[in-house]
Design a binder for this molecule. Structure first.
Ligand SMILES: C=C(O[C@@H]1C=C(C(=O)O)C=C[C@H]1O)C(=O)O
Length: 657
């Protein structure tokens, strides 16, 4: 083998190449701003996905000729294009709002230099080539107050995180402020354990952190029960504590970038439960902004509907009628009015567009309160993908290629066009659909008979009509146990539903259940769908956490086409960017399915929603025309410390009344 050239020499060459690459990237950025200038004159949309596809497929081809694989080239260019699109957006937005074109922005944010809010704010200013004057605050109220009083130009408020979900306090602050939302920005939140230089992970005894990072890193922290947790008002405060401690046994959770400002080093990285851990911030200012029509825009509004059944669904149908997409729906209690809530909606539309104006007028007539919090450029750049043929990748022929059932509404048995009246599934005391609501409890095996009997009694008294038994593979001596459980349920007139979570559960469920439930993880299993389609007992089909509404309806079609018309759909939450470990409850899907299909839909909020929020959601489910709820008792037990009866009463009370 030839002796390679000295390491230093090779590294020098790499360094020089990297310099060239950076200079080229900067040059590309400048050209992209030239493109934005011509788009401003021609009034063309910023995003041109056809151009992006052409560019990507050409680069993939050229890259391949030079030994670079397609995925590498695509992921590099997706980042480059994202940067280019966001820069163009920032440029045009600035041009449309000349009063925002300043040399310097004073920004109020949570914590101090180094906090995630600080990093988000600096990113925002960098993109606009504006100098940042930072005003660290102790609370969200203080941020809002700083902007309202004119001490700051903009306030940065974290609104949601992919691991820990929505930040309720921020929604509550928005209910009362006169400020407008003028922008959004999303940053990668890479949690690290930051310690003084010279510390190692084995030295750490005390960890300082803000409650949000603690909840986003719960899995890592549970593996380190030896750490004593100290709560701080911001990540920056946590870092400052460590920096001032002059002690090797203390650490803070924060970003490596932020830690560097305090001379802290990352002794451990990648602490977050979710691989992709991002936080979205909203930017608030005293004066609302205009979004040029070439930019993708988002409107955030808050509204309170009347207390009558179906009020929320009526409001959402106003959006549907105008083809307006709602990308987020949140509800928060209205202080002083128990069990009434304010809804927060993000709508993918420009406030000045005709459909949005018309929808607002109509909503003003039908709601008790409605206010636009702001219209701002949407900063999520969905990466352009290439199809297999564009990638020139041979399709994997060994994979089953069952084509999805084409959605031709009239031919689809699930659709309202196919069957005019709403389906009602009746099984003993349980009636679901066409105006009848039901409540189903989930019980997890293994469990002993006595405990099960006691639980069955309580469930009946609380108002449930059916029980799903889950974890069949967990119970020893299954056949005799199931017979006894079923007998116990029948004593209290409760319907026995058996959940199929593994293929091996199928025969047991078919043999013993009054109703069979197919867990979402098996929703794509054609063979099982076929078998359930030939049963004479009702079937509950749970949506897979990664499935679209079309996928769920296709699976439903598979069952119906085999003959079984006693089908109930179940929404238990989906995996989204906005959430982690926990799924997000997709109430928009409930509205969509109810609009498309005659089948009953029940909703299981227990995995996605905090226990104390369940009564509110029961009300929302009813308002959105859901046909019932399913509740996982073991998911709510810890939060209610064993006394879940009050909570169950509130949930079922809101469902039935
Ligand atoms: C630069 C342009 O604007 C956007 C950014 C692109 C890029 O960075 O290559 C490509 C297409 C557009 O979505 C353009 O239209 O050419």
């Amino acid at each position: 083998m030839n002796k390679p050239q000295p390491l230093d020499h090779t590294r020098e060459q790499i360094t020089s190449l990297d310099n060239d690459l950076l200079a080229l990237l900067a040059r590309r950025r400048e050209l992209s701003l030239d493109v934005a200038r011509s788009k401003e004159v021609d009034v063309r949309p910023i995003r041109d996905t056809i151009r992006e596809k052409e560019l990507l497929s050409r680069l993939v081809k050229q890259g391949r000729e030079q030994g670079l694989d397609a995925h590498y080239v695509i992921s590099l260019y997706q980042s480059i294009i994202e940067d280019s699109v966001l820069n163009q957006q920032a440029y045009l937005h600035g041009r449309a709002n000349p009063e925002t074109q300043q040399q310097q922005y004073c920004i109020a944010y949570l914590g101090a230099r180094g906090s995630y809010s600080y990093l988000a704010a600096s990113r925002y200013c960098d993109r606009r080539q504006v100098e940042m004057q930072d005003l660290g605050c102790q609370s969200f109220d203080e941020i809002v107050e700083a902007v309202e009083s004119g001490h700051a130009d903009y306030g940065f408020l974290p609104i949601e995180n992919t691991s820990s979900g929505s930040i309720n306090e921020v929604y509550d602050v928005l209910q009362h402020t006169s400020l407008a939302i003028v922008g959004e920005t999303t940053i990668e939140v890479g949690h690290c354990l930051l310690a003084n230089s010279g510390s190692s992970i084995n030295d750490i005894k005390t960890v300082y952190a803000h409650p949000q990072p603690i909840s986003q890193c719960s899995r890592y922290l549970s593996q380190h029960s030896e750490f004593k947790l100290e709560y701080c008002s911001s990540s920056a405060e946590a870092m400052e504590m460590v920096c001032n401690a002059n002690d090797n046994s203390v650490a803070a959770i924060g970003s490596a970038e932020g830690g560097a400002l305090y001379q802290l080093e990352a002794v451990e990285t990648g602490l977050a439960n979710q691989k992709v851990n991002q936080s979205r911030f909203i930017v608030v200012a005293r004066k609302a902004v205009e979004v040029p029509s070439q930019l993708p825009a988002k409107c955030t509004l808050i509204m309170a509907t009347g207390q009558k059944p179906g009020a929320l669904v009526e409001a959402l149908l106003v959006l549907k009628a105008r083809n307006l997409n709602m990308s987020k729906l949140e509800s928060r209690p209205i202080p002083g009015t128990p069990w009434e809530e304010m809804f927060y909606l993000d709508i993918d539309a420009n406030l000045s567009s005709e459909p949005m104006q018309a929808a607002l007028k109509e909503l003003e007539r039908t709601t008790r309160f409605i206010k636009v919090l702001g219209c701002y450029p949407c900063e999520t750049v969905k990466p352009t993908q290439l199809s297999n043929s564009q990638l020139m990748i041979e399709p994997n022929t060994s994979k089953s290629t069952t084509a999805p059932v084409a959605i031709d509404q009239k031919q689809q048995r699930f659709s309202k066009q196919y069957k005019n009246e709403l389906t009602q599934v009746i099984c003993g005391q349980l009636t679901l659909g066409n105006g009848s609501l039901g409540a189903v409890a989930q019980v997890q095996l293994p469990i002993d008979l006595q405990q099960f009997e006691q639980m069955a009694k309580e469930l009946k008294e609380s108002g449930f009509q059916a029980v799903v038994i889950q974890g069949l593979s967990q119970q020893s001596d299954l056949i005799s146990s199931i017979e006894k459980f079923k007998h116990a349920l029948s004593q209290f007139n409760l319907i026995c539903i058996l959940a199929i979570e593994h293929e091996t559960d199928l025969s047991m469920a078919i043999q013993f259940a009054d109703v069979v439930m197919l867990a979402g993880n098996l929703m794509y299993n054609q063979a099982i769908l076929n078998q359930l389609g030939s049963l004479l007992v009702p079937v509950i089909l749970e949506r897979n956490a990664m499935a679209s509404v079309d996928d769920l309806l296709n699976a439903a079609e598979e069952i119906l086409s085999q003959g079984n018309q006693q089908l109930i759909l179940c929404e238990s939450g989906v995996t989204t960017l906005n959430n982690s470990g926990r799924p997000s409850l997709d109430l928009a899907a409930l509205v969509e399915i109810k609009a498309l299909s005659h089948l009953p839909v029940i909703v299981n909020p227990s995995y996605a929603i905090d226990a104390e929020q369940l009564p509110t959601f029961a009300k929302a489910i009813k308002q959105l025309k859901g046909d019932g709820v399913m509740m996982n008792l073991s998911a709510i037990e810890p939060a209610t410390q064993g006394d879940s009866s009050m909570l169950i009463k509130a949930v079922l009370g809101n469902l039935y009344h």
